[in-house]
Every structure is written in C-alpha cells, then in structure tokens.
Design a protein around this ligand. Structure first.
Ligand SMILES: Cc1cc2nc3c(=O)[nH]c(=O)nc-3n(C[C@H](O)[C@H](O)[C@H](O)COP(=O)(O)OP(=O)(O)OC[C@H]3O[C@@H](n4cnc5c(N)ncnc54)[C@H](O)[C@@H]3O)c2cc1C
Length: 392
C-alpha cells in the first residue's frame, strides 16, 4: 500500500514530534505530515533514557540561545501543548547547574559566563568563599570557582515533553505511522518516498531525519553522509543515608555529573575519548561507577562516602563525531532531505528551538525566530566545526 504525505518525519521521539508540532501549528503550512516511528512505546530511544537537564552554561552562543528558548517553552508547555483541557506537566525542577572549575579552567568558565550573561542567561561565577557558604556539603579541594545557574536551569521530565509534543501534533492532524523506514527513494536528486519495514511505501517530497542515535544510518539510506551514531552512556542510581539540602545538577572537574532524582541521586560520566566508540547495546556495566564515579562522589561530597548503588540504566547519545553540536537543515544536493540531528547529549532541552527552526526552514525556507545558520548541515562538507566546550 502506498500512502502520500507532503512531509515525512523519520523518528517520532522528542525531536520528530517537536518538528511535527511546530510544522502543524504554523498557519502558513497547509500540507500533510506523517511521523514514522518504529517503537511507539519509546522503550529504547535517547529521549526516555535522558536526564532531562536544561542549562544555559554552554560555550557556543547558539546553544545558549536555544536553551533559553527551551526554558521559556518548558515553562509554557502546559498552555502551549494543551489538548481537550489536558495539560502536560513537565515537573520542571529549577535547581540550577553548578559547573565546578579548577584554577586552569576558571578563565574559560569566566569567559563563557560573560558571553552567556550577554545573551540574557542568569548565571554567575562563584568564588570558593561563596561556594562554601551556599553549598556547605561540597568539598572545595582543587576548585577555583564554579558557574552557577540562577534561573532557567535544572531538569524536567523528558517523556512528558515528548508525549506533550506528540499528543498536540496528533490533535493538529499529524499522522503517526508505526513502522520502520528501511529505504529512502531519491530520484533525480530529490527525495520521492520511503520504503517501510512492513512492506508499504510512503510518498513524500520532504523527509526530516529525526532518528536520534540512528540518524547516520538513516542518512545512509538516502546516500548521504552524516557523522552521527550511538554512543553508550550508563546512568547510575544511588541512595545516600545522610540528609542533604536540595542539590543542583553538579558537573565536577573530572566530568562526573550528579543530581537528585526523587529521594535518590543519579550520576554519569562519559568515557575517555579514546574509548568512546559507537555502541548500540543496552547491557548494564558497572566498571565506570566503581573506578571513576564512586571515588569522585566520595571526594567531592563527603556525605556521599556512605552511598548505596540501587540501580542503573543504559542509553545512547545521538553523538555528532564532527563537532558535538546540532546538525540542522537541508542537504545541499539531495532536495527535500532535512536534518534535525547530532545533539550529543543536549537534545531534549533544544527540542523546542530545533523543532521550530526545522519547521521554519520547511515552510519559509529560512530561519525566522533564531538564526541558527552556523548549525546548518553544510558546515560538515565545508569542514567548519562549531566546537562546544561544555559537553557533559
Ligand atoms: C543518558 C542520557 C542523558 C541525557 N541527558 C540529557 C539532558 O540532561 N539534557 C538534554 O537536553 N539531553 C540529554 N540527553 C540527550 C537527549 O536525550 C537526546 O539528544 C534527544 O533525546 C534526541 O532526541 P531524538 O528524538 O532526536 O532521538 P531519540 O529520542 O533517540 O528518538 C529517535 C527515534 O527515532 C526512531 N527511529 C530510529 N530509526 C528509525 C527508522 N529507521 N524508522 C523509524 N523510526 C526510527 C527511534 O525508534 C526513536 O524513537 C541525554 C541522553 C542520554 C542517553
């Protein structure tokens, strides 16, 4: 059976559903939209395995601006994504990020904070004395200061945002097709349709790649190169016997990150670059907790010396090996092929800005709200990386 839509979106988690929502909500767009999602229970996608963190402490102005808009959107999500009187509750915990800095890292942190503030972010650089006063549970050894989010930073429920976008997109007429894209038809340099695992075909003039960690594989189906693949990340859940005040999300100088999760805590660390290769398995591994995370936690927060590991989960970053930043917009040679990929660990918070940006490119042929030209796909062929220093 062949179905026909103007725009097909491959992948219907937070990014695909954000693009679908912004497209369907645009008064200037009157085409038809289908989202093809192979796993509508969202068991294995990056979105539902994410920490849902949002921060403006980035080194790239585009990332700061995208996350400022993300915070605005998260605050208004209930109202914007309401369907039949039901409003999604994102449970935004505005507790801030605390980026710890060594003496060598402090000048970089100060430079980044100045840029973030210029763009309207409420962030401050705290000196050790201020850190001791505000965060008495923190061991300051080896620290020269920290970047502290004063507003619009914290974490929210990524599944609630994904389902909010999806429900609203459906209410606006978007079709969700449970299937897997297994081929992309390109004829005379234009996308013309998709082949589906169940045997059907879907004609379309525009294909948005929103396949998350599988985005590189999806691009290859169209004959395009995209440096995005799955990089495994383990999250560890632990209990702490000592009572602590509400913690922010802390990024240690070692790269270990931790934050409260309900009455417990979660922690993560990225592997060293040389050991960080493409992997798409979900096997639980505990080496990083024992060798890196636990000793770091115990050193940085003395109360964490007596913690108990209670669980763990595996997930995959949608990792852009070229420059760890979003890859947006059209392929320069394959007409109708659009990217919304490569968010490398910060895609949930950027989904409102990225979804809006890609929808604007489809409907208006240009960015209207936020100029994200620096993040266009074209930079890859041109060898022009946009390097983000604060990838967690
Ligand atoms: C442990 C962890 C922590 C994270 N923490 C944060 C954080 O704190 N803040 C933040 O902003 N981001 C965070 N992220 C990153 C964030 O989760 C991702 O950037 C974001 O979810 C990407 O969304 P997506 O919709 O593009 O990808 P996904 O959520 O992976 O969705 C892609 C979808 O495409 C579908 N798909 C793939 N191929 C096909 C195909 N061929 N046909 C049909 N469907 C297909 C998949 O089934 C999937 O549902 C984290 C990620 C992980 C793993």
């Amino acid at each position: 059976m062949t179905q026909r839509y103007d725009v097909a979106i491959a992948g219907g988690a937070v990014m695909g559903s954000a693009v679908a929502y912004f497209l369907a909500a645009d008064a200037d767009f009157d085409g038809s939209i289908a989202v093809v999602e192979r796993d509508p229970g969202y068991e294995a996608c990056a979105t539902t395995r994410s920490w849902g963190g949002i921060r403006q402490q980035f080194s790239t102005p585009e990332n700061v601006k995208m996350s400022l808009y993300g915070a605005q959107f998260v605050r208004r999500a209930g109202e914007l994504l309401e369907v039949d009187g039901e409003r999604p509750d994102l449970g935004f915990k505005e507790r801030g990020y605390l980026f710890l800095a060594s003496p060598a890292g402090l000048p970089v942190l100060e430079r980044n904070c100045a840029m973030q503030r210029e763009l309207g972010a409420a962030v401050a650089v705290l000196e050790p004395a201020e850190l001791a006063e505000r965060f008495p549970w923190l061991n300051l050894d080896g620290l020269a200061g920290a970047g502290c989010g004063l507003a619009n930073e914290g974490w929210f429920d990524p599944s609630a945002l994904l389902h909010g976008f999806r429900r609203k997109a459906r209410a606006l007429g978007v079709a969700y097709v449970k299937d897997e894209v297994v081929s992309v038809e390109v004829s005379r340099g234009r996308v013309t349709g998709l082949g589906l695992r169940a045997g059907g075909r879907l004609d379309c003039a525009t294909l948005v790649n929103a396949a998350g960690p599988q985005a590189g594989a999806l691009a290859a189906l169209a004959g395009a190169t995209l440096p995005v693949g799955p990089r495994k990340r383990m999250t560890y859940v632990f209990d702490c016997r000592a009572a602590l005040p509400p913690l922010p999300l802390v990024i240690d100088v070692s790269g270990v990150a931790f934050r409260p999760e309900g009455a417990q805590y979660i922690a993560i660390v990225s592997p060293p670059l040389a050991e960080d290769f493409e992997r798409d398995d979900y096997e639980l591994e505990y080496g990083a907790f024992e060798e890196v995370i636990w000793p770091t936690l115990a050193q940085r927060v003395p109360a964490f010396e007596a913690i108990k590991l209670t669980g763990a989960w595996a997930g995959h970053y949608d990792y852009n090996a070229f420059d760890q930043n979003a890859i947006l917009g059209p392929h320069p040679e394959i007409e109708g092929l659009m990217f919304c990929n490569g968010f490398s660990g910060h895609g949930v918070q950027q989904s409102p800005a990225a979804g809006r940006a890609v929808a604007e490119l489809i409907v208006h042929g240009r960015f209207r709200s936020l100029n994200l030209s620096k993040l266009l796909y074209a930079r890859i062929a041109e060898g022009r990386p946009v390097q983000e220093e604060n990838v967690v």
